[in-house]
Design a binder for this molecule. Structure first.
Ligand code: FE2
Ligand code: FE2
Length: 160
């Protein structure tokens, strides 16, 4: 990224990049397990559950792309080794049910993952409101967080 663009963020730019890398890894993990859930779900309601996981997985991948773009702009790099994705992530796993017919179990796993993501983005937003002044990253994170809130709601809506 340009020098002035980095200066804009201030002395904590590296801390911010590390937080964004962690969120980037979270998004890949969510994408992976959501696609898996879409494949594994069977039985009653499986089609509607699979479609929901597929649709949300695509949005998690978009989040990963948005984060990668911002990390790069700040002078960092997205996680280079895929084997480091889990150790870098804050939300390390989506706990899918053992029984593929347990559609509620899939939805609950999705809800838990979304709640983990919401908490992670809330932490980053708090920093961006207090000691790291970066309106551009704030905008990116606020937008992603809004979609995570919608995801939680979408999964919850299918539980009833
Ligand atoms: Fe996401
Ligand atoms: Fe999400």
């Amino acid at each position: 990224m340009g020098k002035r663009g980095r200066e804009l963020v201030g002395p904590k730019v590296d801390e911010l990049i590390a937080d964004l890398q962690s969120a980037y890894a979270d998004e890949w993990i969510a994408f992976y397990y959501y696609k898996l859930a879409a494949e594994l779900a069977e039985g009653i309601n499986s089609q509607i559950v699979a479609e929901k996981f597929d649709k949300i997985a695509a949005e998690e991948l978009e989040h990963a792309e948005e984060l990668a773009e911002r990390i790069t702009q700040l002078g960092g790099e997205p996680v280079r080794d895929f084997e480091k994705i889990v150790s870098t992530a804050g939300c390390k796993k989506v706990k899918l049910p053992k029984n593929n017919k347990d559609y509620k179990g899939f939805l609950k796993a999705g809800i838990e993952a979304e709640q983990c993501a919401i908490a992670a983005y809330e932490k980053i937003l708090d920093k961006l409101k207090t000691d790291i002044k970066d309106p551009i990253t704030f905008h990116v994170i606020r937008h992603i967080m809004q979609e995570e809130v919608e995801h939680e709601d979408e999964f919850e809506g299918l539980l009833d």
